[in-house]
Write a protein that binds this ligand. Sequence first.
Ligand code: GLC
Length: 551
Amino acid sequence: MKLSKSADLPWWQRAVIYQIYPRSFKDTTGNGIGDLEGILNKLDYLNDGSSAYPNGGIPPSLGIDVIWISPFYPSPMADFGYDVANYVDVDPLFGNLQTLDRLIEEIHKRGMKIIIDYVPNHTSDQHPWFIESRSSKKNSKRDWYIWRDPKPGGSPPNNWGSVFGGPAWTLDKNTGQYYLHQFLREQPELNWREREVKEAMLDVLRFWLERGVDGFRMDVVGMILKDVELKDNPPSSRTDPNLPSNDIFGRQMHLYNEDQDEVHQVIREFRKLLDQYDDRCAIGEVWYEMPRWIKYYGESGDGLHLPFNFRLMHLPWEAEAFRHSVDGLEGAIPSFGWPNYVLGNHDGTRLASRIGTAQARVAAMLLLTLRGTPTLYYGDELGIENGVITQDLMQDPQGFRLGLHKTRDFCRTPMQWNSEPYAGFSKVEPWLPVEANYQERNIEVQSDDPSSMLNLYRQLLWYRCNTPALVHGTYRPLNVDHDCCYLYLREHSEGSRLVALNFVDQSHTISIPDGGRGEVVMSTYLDRAERVSLSNLLLRSNEGIIIEVNS
Ligand code: GLC
């Protein structure tokens, strides 16, 4: 399927992004870990490049436009690739640069785009830059990282904590100084105030831009600059009493360790560089609350194209809360900005486990009909739930440090391709266990079931791509007298759509005064196509519908 041709919007505004966690997508080498060749083998599943859609049948492939691949760079894998030892190569575990070149080519052949992860905040402690930097206080790369003397008495230079628990500083006995790492001690932080660091890291972007990647997902990009004086953070006023005792990070207000105003200057430089190339895109992992978050779009469209919007992942599954969040974003976004929504990723819990598989279908309709670019996490299109991870199966360093309940392994289990052993992901036992019910929940089985979650996603994606109202129509919420339902209009001159979502397991009849009539074009149950009166609109339990209305 081709990216929708609404030519007046850039591709990253028309697109649906699909995140692949490469360790967990498809193993072709027989080591239980996914690889780039595996992604290549499965491209037709994501998008076969055809524009045919058998009338009344099921779209031939998922119809994804953009693939974002989490890190595949050479790495000791202390944080499964987010500890990069070489920014411009591929880890042999995943393939090599030639495999990646083929992947870029094949993705482009199918009319898709490729976004890769860029990890600017920290390297691996095995990166040659850090090996040099730690070798002596006089080394020319010493200032490429953030080194400080101990406080009198020997304690760390300030009170900052690591996201993964414990202090954010490790003492290097050899040179007698501490270095900063807000994640693992194996992830020392680069000093972006050092001109040479910035130049080297801009060169990394150039390397990949020249190789043909279409954009970057910039890892914890708001963290790259810290307070010049590295001042202590004050304690947080809203600390969860159940935090593990070593969670120093969770107990602080993050005033000085991240989100400093100067970061926007660097982001402008990223943007300037990208703008020298044809049609590229910068996405950022940015967690902050409004109004700080919105600043990542830049002051006049000179910032990130899409600062990831994770808000919906953390809300209670309630219609009011969702409407409030979407309305808040729509109201705050500058005229040059474009909204985006994320419901799942490799750091959270599985969508279907958070809200249940019945409501996960409603969530699919929400994600693919809001105004803005949706990001879909691999496996959510099947309704994969959190994996069953016991202490002895745990892999994630965050879980080892903060406790089993914090492991991100839950959402990183292998993709479920078919009913063969290990769900067709691998011929050998995978690095994380496949879901126990994979024989019922897999791509092969769901492809054959016309009403499956997978076929709902396929039809939604197809419909979205071919419906201008859903790609670039305006967004207008409707007030209804049932606060467990969320209704909005996507208005467009070529025909508007009404989306009506029932967030609960109970049916409701909604009345839209003067609503007239409309045509239900899709239900999350995939069983409904009928003319309805909007003054008497039945939403079954756990149902979402799209209605074609006259504009
Ligand atoms: C980001 C990544 C996460 C990683 C961390 C450190 O939050 O999404 O997976 O552990 O950065 O790089």
